[in-house]
Design a protein around this ligand. Structure first.
Ligand SMILES: [Zn+2]
Length: 265
């Protein structure tokens, strides 16, 4: 039976593409290091996310930006979350900074180094709950990224948002099928985000006017969420997995009452 894999990204306000990490969209394009003090909204969102996980009992994979483990305050908050939620959480890599590698010219060595470093930081912080899984910052994932990801030890990528609306993020050819093919060739399992009739339903689509209504309806019709015991084996091996994601900071919306629009919660 089909199952739903829940995932979140840990971006803070200073990681957004208009702040850093993108060659043309950012105030600080290079964005090689973004370790800085977490915002109050991020800290509050993280706490409420932890409460939600404990209340629902759902397992969630958290894609962490390495620089957040380098700043004492965000590191502390992430370790507290990991301890409070125990086996419900697994941790993947959301890059070392929030550099949008796929929007830049090809740099295989730079990407492999950054991802290795992020995986090591996760292993040191989260032990056996750190997994060799990757999500590309800002959703930019070009075909050239598949090989360096594999070289860095990544077994699973969840970066493809298979919608025409965002095909500019798929590298120079602007074809998501090229990215999927490159992952397959490199031996990396790809878990694209859930779309509804080609419309995005994850991340910002949950809140953007014109997309939010459809996204919420799509989430209410998702297959049952994976159990804690199923996550490890299923997300890497099973063909029939539906992947959705939201942001930690979403939990600071609506005066802290926002929740992912799942039927079962
Ligand atoms: Zn992100």
């Amino acid at each position: 039976m089909s199952r739903t894999w829940l995932t979140v990204d840990t971006d803070d306000a200073h990681h957004r593409p208009w702040q850093q990490g993108h060659p043309t969209r950012s105030k600080d394009p290079d964005g090689l290091s973004t370790a800085r003090r977490p915002s109050a909204a991020w800290l509050a969102g993280l706490r409420r996310f932890g409460d939600w996980v404990k209340r629902t009992g759902h397992p969630v994979t958290v894609f962490v930006i390495e620089d957040q483990l380098r700043h004492p305050e965000s590191r502390d908050a992430l370790l507290t979350l990991a301890e409070a939620c125990g086996e419900h959480l697994t941790f993947g890599s959301h890059g070392s900074s929030h550099r949008a590698w796929g929007a830049w010219p090809e740099d295989s060595d730079g990407l492999a180094m950054a991802v290795k470093s992020s995986l090591e930081a996760n292993a040191e912080a989260f032990g056996h709950r750190a997994k060799p899984w990757f999500r590309a910052p800002s959703g930019y994932i070009a075909p050239w990224m598949a090989l360096p990801l594999a070289e860095a030890g990544i077994m699973l990528d969840s970066s493809i948002n298979p919608s025409r609306l965002v095909r500019r993020k798929a590298g120079p050819s602007r074809r998501w099928t090229d990215v999927a093919h490159a992952m397959d060739e490199a031996g990396v399992v790809e878990r694209p985000w859930h779309v509804h009739r080609g419309w995005p339903t994850c991340g910002p689509a949950l809140h953007l006017p014109g997309l939010a209504g459809r996204a919420r309806r799509a989430w209410r019709n998702l297959p049952p969420v994976l159990s804690v015991e199923e996550v490890d084996a299923t997300v890497v091996n099973d063909e029939d997995v539906t992947t959705v994601y939201w942001h930690i900071t979403d939990h600071a919306r609506k005066k802290g009452t926002w929740e992912p629009p799942l039927k079962s919660t």
